[in-house]
Unconditional design. Structure first.
Length: 160
């Protein structure tokens, strides 16, 4: 279209045409950047402020098999280093995505369909369990692991 205007009207010089092409390409590039940002929303790490919130997030992650949220509920590298010191590296290796995926699958497969989340109970040894309710009304527990408060948020430290 730009070439037609130049050929027919003779109003645009070669520099003007080049400037318009560069401006059009720049606009297209900016539009694609904005569009790409809209397609991939940024993941926000969940921050459960109570043990029950942590339990609800574990329940949701296990039901949907959401590995990214499941991993985010555990200590991250900085939190593990602050809590465990030199043992943090070994802890992080034992809590890699393949290992955590297996534990997520085990917990998720032990939750029957149409089960309702009731709460999260912490035992005397610090281990927490999901308290769930079957459609018939009976309640049962599923062991999740050891949870601790890290700063303002509750985090899983150990599975099982």
């Amino acid at each position: 279209m730009l070439f037609i205007a130049q050929a027919n009207l003779g109003l645009l010089s070669d520099e003007d045409t080049a400037l318009l092409v560069v401006a059009a390409l720049l606009c297209l590039w900016l539009w694609m950047l904005v569009r790409r940002r809209d397609e991939a929303p940024e993941f926000r790490r969940p921050t459960p402020l109570s043990l029950n919130e942590l339990g609800r997030m574990v329940f949701q992650a296990a039901r949907s098999r959401d590995r990214r949220t499941w991993r985010a509920l555990f200590l991250n590298g900085a939190e593990a280093a602050n809590r465990m010191g030199d043992g943090a590296e070994a802890w992080l290796e034992s809590h890699s995505m393949p290992a955590l995926s297996r534990s997520l699958e085990a917990i998720g497969s032990s939750i029957p369909a149409k089960t309702i989340y009731v709460g999260c109970e912490e035992g005397p040894d610090g281990r927490c369990a999901l308290k769930l309710k079957e459609p018939e009304g009976s309640e049962f527990l599923i062991a999740v692991g050891h949870a601790e408060k890290v700063g303002a948020a509750w985090r899983l430290v150990q599975v099982g």
